[in-house]
Design a protein around this ligand. Structure first.
Ligand SMILES: NC(=O)c1ccc[n+]([C@@H]2O[C@H](COP(=O)([O-])OP(=O)(O)OC[C@H]3O[C@@H](n4cnc5c(N)ncnc54)[C@H](O)[C@@H]3O)[C@@H](O)[C@H]2O)c1
Length: 248
């Protein structure tokens, strides 16, 4: 298919539904060759058939699954240009629950370890392949504390910190751009439990297409190390972090 991504190969984790599926669909519409990796085999294959891309089983919390996913894209399509590290869950618990520590370990293994493993697998290949663009889905909870889900907040702050630390260093010399998406509430299954409350409170909820729009803006920015907020009714842009005070 011809289009602005016609020579591009993209990998998307958590692409079976929600934000990842919307981004996969957008990239395929632009002509990209896309591989989605997801733990949900049924929905992953359905999404791939619907969109016109490939599906590979991948549990991002398993280091080697990330390597296999990236390698599959390279072997199948002969390159690697765009990697969207997007798979994630909410924990739904805070301190004082019976399963607090279990839930903490599970969410960090997916939302944080999964991004580190995916980034390592992608960068290892991109260093050999003349660069590429990595976009991690963090959250607005990477820029503020979400008291509803403190462990989710921990993981998303971790992703933001990782992107800010590693992103600027990879831009000029190695031609690898690393940025983060930081959406507010988006209409996907992950907010199912909170959706009624949000609707009743008249809190505006983003559509997955809003996030795909910002994803494309990041691709076009040719910058690295930025954390782009996606907020209803506002133009997306990189969040402007305050500098810490220098020594006196
Ligand atoms: N929906 C929101 O309000 C919102 C806001 C900000 C950020 N996010 C982030 O967006 C990302 C996508 O979430 P979504 O809203 O589309 O939710 P979703 O539940 O619709 O999609 C998440 C996808 O990740 C997959 N997944 C879960 N665990 C996995 C694992 N171990 N390995 C591989 N795949 C796995 C799921 O099967 C699913 O396909 C997540 O990182 C989430 O934290 C969502």
């Amino acid at each position: 298919m011809s289009g602005k991504y016609s020579d591009k190969v993209a990998v998307i984790t958590g692409g079976a539904k929600g934000i990842g599926k919307a981004v996969a669909s957008r990239l395929v519409s632009g002509g990209a060759s896309v591989v989605i990796g997801d733990i949900n085999e049924k929905l992953g294959q359905l999404a791939a058939d619907e969109i016109g891309c490939k599906y590979v089983f991948c549990d991002v919390s398993i280091e080697n699954d990330n390597r296999k996913l990236i390698q599959y894209a390279i072997d199948t399509f002969g390159g690697l240009d765009i990697v969207h590290l997007n798979a994630g869950i909410a924990s739904g618990v805070t301190f004082g629950n019976e399963n607090t520590i279990e839930a903490y370990k599970k969410i960090t293994s997916i939302n944080l370890d999964g991004v580190v493993y995916g980034m390592d697998a992608a960068i290892t290949q991109m260093l050999k392949l003349n660069g590429g663009k990595i976009i991690a889905t963090a959250s607005i909870a990477g820029l503020m504390g979400l008291s509803l889900d403190p462990f989710y907040t921990v993981t998303k702050h971790g992703v933001v910190g990782l992107v800010r630390a590693v992103g600027p260093n990879y831009l000029s010399d190695k031609r690898i751009e690393i940025n983060a998406l930081c959406p507010s509430f988006v209409d996907t299954d992950i907010i199912a439990m909170a959706k009624e409350f949000l609707v009743q409170a008249n809190f505006p909820i983003l559509d997955v297409s809003d996030v795909a729009d910002t994803f494309e803006q990041i691709l076009e920015s040719n910058q690295s190390g930025n954390c782009w907020y996606v907020i209803p009714g506002r133009a997306s842009e990189p969040f402007n972090f305050r500098n810490i005070p220098g020594p006196q």
